[in-house]
Design a protein around this ligand. Structure first.
Ligand code: OFO
Length: 164
């Protein structure tokens, strides 16, 4: 039995994942405006992944006898101060999502919904990867700098995401 409380929490999480997708698309647009095609490509792949996360939850809600109810998506930020600030924002955002996923898991525990718990395990592991990827890029950017040659090299490196 899919409790109303957990169903609402799942619908909220669908919204958070779609909002993430929208945020990364806005970050891609910023990168395009800065002539950083590699950064833009990385963000566009992230956009698709977030949509995939939302759809994983969507599928589960339907299969679990629930009802998907989509909610409004807030306007994401349009401007970012620099490529470093961009990835600081990515890391901050993913940490926020991790907290939300953990809360979703706590609700599934309270509601004794074992199927939901199994699904959320996947998201818990995914968040570890999401935070690690953002943190690694951020640290490299801070070390190498975000100007001239270093920025071009970083842009090329980010362009390789999804190619191997
Ligand atoms: Fe869906 O993991 Fe990022 O936000």
């Amino acid at each position: 039995m899919f409790s109303k409380k957990l169903q609402k929490a799942f619908n909220d999480q669908i919204n958070h994942e779609l909002s993430s997708s929208y945020l990364y698309l806005s970050m891609a647009a910023y990168a395009e405006s800065m002539n950083l095609p590699g950064f833009a490509s990385w963000m566009k792949i992230q956009t698709s992944e977030e949509k995939g996360h939302a759809m994983k939850l969507y599928k589960f809600v339907n299969e679990h006898g629930g009802r998907v109810e989509l909610q409004a998506i807030e306007q994401p930020p349009v401007e970012f101060k620099s490529p470093i600030a961009l990835f600081e924002e990515v890391l901050k955002h993913e940490r926020k999502i991790t907290t939300l996923i953990n809360k979703l898991y706590e609700t599934a525990l309270e509601e004794k919904d074992y199927a939901a718990q199994v699904l959320i395990h996947w998201f818990i592991a995914e968040q570890v990867e999401e935070e690690a990827a953002a943190s690694e890029i951020l640290e490299t950017l801070k070390m190498a700098g975000e100007k001239g040659h270093a920025l071009i090299m970083m842009d090329r490196q980010l362009a390789r995401r999804g190619q191997n």
